[in-house]
Design a protein around this ligand. Structure first.
Ligand SMILES: NC(=O)c1ccc[n+]([C@@H]2O[C@H](COP(=O)([O-])OP(=O)(O)OC[C@H]3O[C@@H](n4cnc5c(N)ncnc54)[C@H](O)[C@@H]3O)[C@@H](O)[C@H]2O)c1
Ligand SMILES: O=C(O)[C@H](O)[C@H](O)COP(=O)(O)O
Length: 405
């Protein structure tokens, strides 16, 4: 079995070495390992410097192809190859021609939900920074979440934990649940666009009744009130680029994904409160979960037993309030100790200023530092009813809770 993996999938070696003949970057290996000894065909892990440059000649002899969202997997890439399995260590699948893979008996697997907590934490931390840096306070405000799947439902949960009233818009789910008689309380897109904070978490789809490309275009942007917060951590082309240019200066924009990604319009960038290079889902936990989910799928498909357990991850820690610090203050501090989107924003602005272009955008993503999810942080709290109330909120946001003494 031969595996071609994008170099930006972390811990591929950890999860796949048990079925490797030899690790290598450019050549098939020759040293047998545990499983390979009992296999008629040698098993090899190839790590290729690929991503956007993944080419048919790299893929042609492979049995397994493991990619991330920047590799277009379609007829042009895989026709004539010996591929049996394609895995994407991502939630999004808009880069994969799934019908073509199915027609050619190539199994496809992605990693649904792998980085959903990471995105929900991006949204949570962005709101704290919005409050601290601009005075925009969510008390008494309404939020809407457009696309209430794995990511969106966790965003709903976090926003409700912070005390916002949250409206949900998801016509595909609404229709399905209406048919099943289990419908949640969804609102129309028009109602959702009246909110003070609008969070987009839909996939990118270009066909069908609920296609999301340009879902938020001229007419929809015109409905959004001046000063409202528009956050997109789904896919860039869900907002129409030229229409966004018209409205950019009257909205508070938080953009992790871009209409012309990996190119970023510098004027759009300048208008954003937070601008990040598609890293909302880039917690280490989310990335490792993505690789682990692919390993599970591969081990199951090829009847290889159980995939390896997770490796030990670096980072995280214990956070303790200072004497006299209010619970509210401490929670905000804990969130920003765990993650600060404005830090990523600053790095992106500086990098793109020095060297504008798609390569810089890709470089920022490839070299993204370790960021642990809130679950890796323990809040060590004093006893007392105020702190217990805080503990409830903090646990809903994902933190681990300990009590002093
Ligand atoms: N910025 C990032 O780092 C990042 C990270 C993870 C996911 N994403 C993007 O977010 C998307 C959503 O992720 P997910 O895990 O929640 O996927 P999901 O499939 O679990 O949920 C997507 C939801 O969007 C809904 N939807 C589809 N079309 C819609 C429409 N026209 N209007 C409203 N809702 C619609 C679906 O019914 C579904 O409930 C992914 O497809 C990916 O493109 C981005
Ligand atoms: O779809 C996803 O899971 C996210 O958008 C993810 O963050 C994409 O990351 P990439 O594969 O581009 O590294």
């Amino acid at each position: 079995m031969r595996i071609v993996a994008d170099e930006n999938i972390p811990y591929v070696e950890h999860f796949f070495e048990a079925i490797c003949y030899e690790k290598g970057s450019n050549e098939y290996g020759s040293q047998p390992s545990l499983l390979a000894q009992s296999e008629a065909k040698p098993t090899t892990l190839l790590l290729r410097s690929a991503g956007r440059n993944m080419s048919p000649d790299l893929v042609t002899d492979a049995d397994l192809l493991l990619v991330r969202s920047i590799t277009q997997v379609n007829q042009a890439l895989v026709a004539g190859s010996s591929l049996k399995f394609v895995g994407s260590a991502t939630i999004g699948t808009d880069h994969i021609d799934q019908p073509y893979l199915a027609e050619n008996n190539i199994t496809f697997s992605n990693a649904p939900g792998c980085n959903a907590d990471s995105v929900a934490e991006y949204v949570t931390a962005a709101l704290i920074q919005l409050k601290q840096n601009t005075g925009w306070d969510w008390v008494g405000k309404t939020a809407s979440v457009i696309g209430v799947g794995n990511v969106g439902s966790r965003v709903v949960q976090r926003l409700e934990a912070l005390g916002l009233r949250v409206l949900k818009n998801d016509p595909p789910r609404q229709q399905k649940e209406q048919r099943q008689g289990t419908c949640d309380d969804f609102v129309s897109l028009e109602q959702a666009l009246n909110a003070d904070l609008i969070c987009l978490h839909t996939p990118l789809t270009t066909t069908g009744e609920h296609a999301t490309e340009d879902l938020i275009s001229r007419a929809q942007l015109a409905q959004i009130a001046d000063g409202a917060v528009l956050l997109n951590a789904g896919r860039g082309p869900v907002i129409n680029g030229p229409a966004l240019m018209r409205h950019k200066d009257r909205l508070k924009l938080i953009l992790d994904v871009w209409p012309t990604e990996p190119e970023v319009n510098p004027e759009l960038l300048a208008s954003c409160f937070i601008a990040t290079p598609h890293i909302a889902g880039y917690s280490l936990d989310g990335k490792v979960r993505g690789t682990a989910m692919l390993a599970d799928a591969v081990f199951q498909q090829f009847d290889l037993g159980n995939a390896p357990q997770w490796p030990q991850l670096p980072g995280g820690g214990v956070l303790t309030p200072k004497p006299e610090q209010s619970p509210q203050d401490f929670l905000q501090q804990a969130i920003l100790t765990s993650y600060q989107p404005l830090h990523d924003d600053q790095i992106m602005r500086e990098a793109l200023q020095q060297q504008p272009g798609a390569e810089t955008f890709d470089w920022l993503r490839k070299n993204y530092p370790v960021r642990r999810e809130f679950r890796a942080f323990y809040l060590n709290l004093p006893l007392g009813p105020q702190w217990q109330a805080l503990a409830k909120v903090a646990a809903k946001l994902g933190f681990q809770i300990d009590y002093e003494g």
